[in-house]
Ligand binder design. Structure first.
Ligand code: AN0
Ligand code: CP
Length: 318
């Protein structure tokens, strides 16, 4: 594998799940593979899980790891070409990227959507420039439109917990006070559409996702109807995608919060969320603390999805 930014990069989904589960059974089987190889993780945004799980995954593979928080101690980076750099940005991304590439073998990048310019976000300008100019295999640690390490971990988790051939999986919008990217729901949809699960998306009017990610999913605007008979409930907030409201918060209606009454209409569903989660906005305390909440094993599987991806990138190095 040469890069990892979307579901297509992982190839056969069944083979990827099987490889991930084998890694989970023996995560120290490949400690020689990463020997004398260096992973550079670059964060343009905050992180708890991605930072720790990806570092741990690389350590399991015997790699050295360096972490750069671009906004803490590095030079402020200009990303637009052609700008007269007489402002506060001291360095251009077009020099910074190949320099960073010269110190490592593999690069992980986290760069969220700005939520101001839809075209810029959906072109994935930042991570695409890393792919083009770093000279290294690059993987996404959440880019503007996708969070594939999260979705891969979500898929591994559903595979571990499902008891039927074709579970009903419901992605539901839930309220949040600030504007969040569409990356997590886009990516979750993209990965669910690569399976044959019964996949349903529910959200208020105005929160329609990009059709390229919705794919063959059923969209149901009535949240209760969507949740009926669900085996997995995947809650997430996102800001509006559709014009003219791109990146805006259109609703903070707590009627969409996942509570026990809503979980009661499901088929005793498991509750999932990528975390970090705002309690009593997205989900009530009792639901996230319930026996059916699998948010912690879901987060733990981030180490496994990352290790599977980094292992494949290491195998692809010359
Ligand atoms: C981010 C998001 O919604 O994309 C990261 C989630 C993994 N969440 C927040 O910024 C709260
Ligand atoms: N789920 C996830 O990516 O969490 P962090 O933002 O803490 O990395």
């Amino acid at each position: 594998m040469k890069k990892f930014t979307c579901v297509n990069d992982i190839g056969d989904i069944r083979a990827a799940i099987d490889e991930a589960l084998a890694i989970k059974r023996d995560r120290f089987a490949f400690t020689e593979l990463g020997r004398n190889r260096t992973l550079l993780m670059i964060f343009f945004n905050s992180s708890l899980r991605t930072r720790l799980s990806t570092q741990k995954a690389a350590l399991n593979l015997g790699m050295n790891v360096m972490v750069l928080d671009v906004n803490q101690g590095a030079w402020k980076l200009e990303t637009e070409r052609g700008v007269v750099m007489d402002g506060d940005k001291a360095e251009h991304l077009l020099e910074a990227i190949p320099v960073m590439g010269s110190y490592c073998d593999i690069i992980g990048v986290r760069s969220f959507a700005g939520l101001k310019d839809k075209a810029e976000d959906y072109e994935e300008r930042v991570i695409e420039q890393f792919i083009r100019y770093s000279g290294r295999p690059v993987f996404s640690m959440e880019a503007a439109t996708r969070h594939p390490l999260q979705s891969f971990a979500d898929l591994i988790t559903i595979e571990e917990y499902r008891t039927m051939e074709r579970p009903k999986v419901v992605l539901t919008w839930a309220p949040h006070p600030r504007a969040l990217p569409q990356a997590v729901p886009n990516s979750f949809a993209e990965w669910m559409n690569a399976t044959d699960y019964d996949f349903v998306i529910t959200h208020p009017h105005g929160y329609e996702l990009d059709p390229q990610f919705v794919g063959k999913a059923r969209v149901e605007y009535d949240q209760i109807k969507a949740l009926e008979g669900a085996d997995f409930v995947y809650a997430k907030n996102w800001s509006a995608y559709a014009d003219p409201n791109y990146g805006k918060v259109l609703s903070t209606d707590r009627n969409w919060t996942i509570d026990a009454a809503k979980m009661a209409v499901t088929n005793n569903a498991y509750f999932m969320h990528c975390l970090p989660v705002r309690r009593n906005m997205i989900v009530t305390d009792d639901v996230i603390e319930s026996e059916r909440s699998i948010v912690i094993p879901e987060a733990a599987n981030r180490e496994i999805s990352a290790q599977t991806v980094i292992k494949r990138l290491l195998e692809g190095l010359k």
